[in-house]
Design a binder for this molecule. Structure first.
Ligand SMILES: [Zn+2]
Length: 150
């Protein structure tokens, strides 16, 4: 483990999953794991975490890039089937946590800011953090949709 991996919050999530202790875990794909977001400001917010500690999408092998994108699309379809959003948004930065991870944001017609990027609401995310029973319920609902796609 490198120094950067030791302090990486995404690696921490992967380690928790490997130990069977990640309450947000929905599904394991070949290259990634699919998890419920810690907040639900946007109902259905979830993430796809690359299993390996890699900082940049372009540093991945071409086959991994393609595989990860296919996994992202399946995860996205599961969110669409579960929550029936108006629009889907995806973002992948890694400026704070330098480990490839995709944010999957469903957007809703009821959101007056829906034509803007989802991070405009980030100051409110923590106030929409979810408890364990809610996490388990969401995980199960998403998994039910996902299982129909696999
Ligand atoms: Zn990492």
């Amino acid at each position: 483990m490198t120094v950067s991996e030791a302090s990486c919050m995404i690696c921490d999530q992967i380690t928790l999953w490997k130990n069977g202790q990640n309450p947000y875990f929905i599904h394991e794909f070949d290259h990634s794991i699919f998890v419920v977001g810690f907040h639900q400001f946007h109902p259905g917010y979830s993430l796809l975490l690359l299993k390996d500690h890699v900082r940049e999408l372009h540093e991945l092998d071409a086959k991994v890039q393609q595989g990860l994108f296919a996994e992202l699309m399946v995860a996205t379809q599961a969110i669409v089937d579960t929550f029936h959003p108006w629009k889907m948004n995806h973002s992948c930065y890694g400026n704070l946590d330098p480990h490839v991870h995709w944010h999957i944001f469903p957007r809703y017609e009821s959101d007056p800011e829906r034509h803007k990027h989802p991070w405009i609401h980030s100051p409110e995310f923590k106030r929409h953090a979810i408890d364990l029973p809610t996490t388990k319920e969401l995980r199960q609902r998403i998994k039910t949709s996902l299982d129909k796609l696999l």
